[in-house]
Design a protein around this ligand. Sequence first.
Ligand code: GLC
Length: 469
Amino acid sequence: MFNYDKENSIMIKKQLELVNEAKEILESNTTTVSVNGKHYDRIIPSRDFYVHQWLWDSAGIAMGRVHIDEEAAFNDLLSLIAGQWHNGLMPHIIYNPGETRYYPPADLWQTARFTRDGIKTSGITDPPLLAIAAAYVCDQATDEQKKRDFINTLLPCMMAYHDHLKRYRDPEDCGLLTIVHPWESGTDDSPGWDSILNRIDLNKIPTEIKANVDQNRKDTKYDNAEERPTRNDYYRYIYLIELFKDLEWDYTKILHETPFAVKSILFNSIWERANEALAALLQTYRNQEEAHKYQQWAEQTQKALTNTWSEEHNQYCDIDVTQGRHQAIAVPTNAMFMPLYAGAVPDHQLNILLNRLSNDDEFFTEYPVPSTAINCRFFDKDRYWRGPTWPITNYFIIEGLKRYKARHQDADQLANLLIQKTVQMIKENGFWEYFDPLEDGSEDCEKGMGFSSFSWTAAILIQLLHMMK
Ligand code: GLC
């Protein structure tokens, strides 16, 4: 006979073990560094390759970490804002001194004159999750005084970051920000970027750039070249950085000149939600007047996201806006579900998205949600962002579906199923960076890919278990 209590207590024990494992990963991936006599506690994504601090990783990590260690969650975000530029930009990488395991190195960016306290950073940003994380951490943390100090420190920085993004990435005031490098999308190697990157003529890329990449690139040194971006794409990534450096990191010039400019629906869905979060924080901790501007930006972005729907392709589309273009990119990646997260989805589109998400010929695989639909010609189960399933994007899709639970009961059911499947994926395979989404019949097949003991994966697991409570 089924013994509910026994089954239940075994399950709780298993969950506790998992949380402990996640906690250990987060602790061992936290490192204290000193720069010009100041100390920072930084969380790195993984010990093998991603040995610096990443913007959207750290923000996502703080949201999981607050459930087990409030102080560490505060530090994840406080050490991030120490890397903010004078002009408000939040760079996507903050470099740890003395580390040589990552390429490109800090000095390639030449950004020292923009940063504070001798901190070295990249010159581009990535999805603006910061305000969402700050609001979440504040909501969950219990120490009222620490929370108030924390938010008072963070608020001016977040306002400066949002003002910077609005000014330089949406000068036309259309509600959608422009990203200028595939790394800013967070989904670096997405097939959605191929048509734009392929326009960058390899013959025009100086041979010194190619030689530098060939000699120094490090991500393919782990016997994993088939999982990583191609050599030609890597030349183009570094070429873009060199171009922006020549333009002295002046984003007015960069937006004009860049051969890669996209209104990304993932980036902008997070932008929408981040403005909602910032407005709510200002309302609570400062005043209605300051909150109003960000609330309006959120509403404007929500409408603009709704308008990225393509009737022809039945999906929300990124838009190629390179040098005056306005061309929808109709590649079926999991970014098409991101407008759910931003609350931008009318009923008709909601039904279509729910159908596509639960369709096992497209997105509902053994471990959903693959980064590219499996029936798409660009699907590649091994190459990152072209097929594998990522816990972070699952998290956004789950939160997005939850936003629609009152409108459609399938949205709630699908969200719960995705929580279960994501937890199961991590439990069965370990805390990997990303996962093979397909079933292949064999029991002992390795499904985890990329780098192991991955901080994001650990933090998201904690958050998902919290959602299951
Ligand atoms: C990869 C991912 C990016 C992430 C980084 C660190 O570059 O594409 O989204 O921020 O790794 O984990």
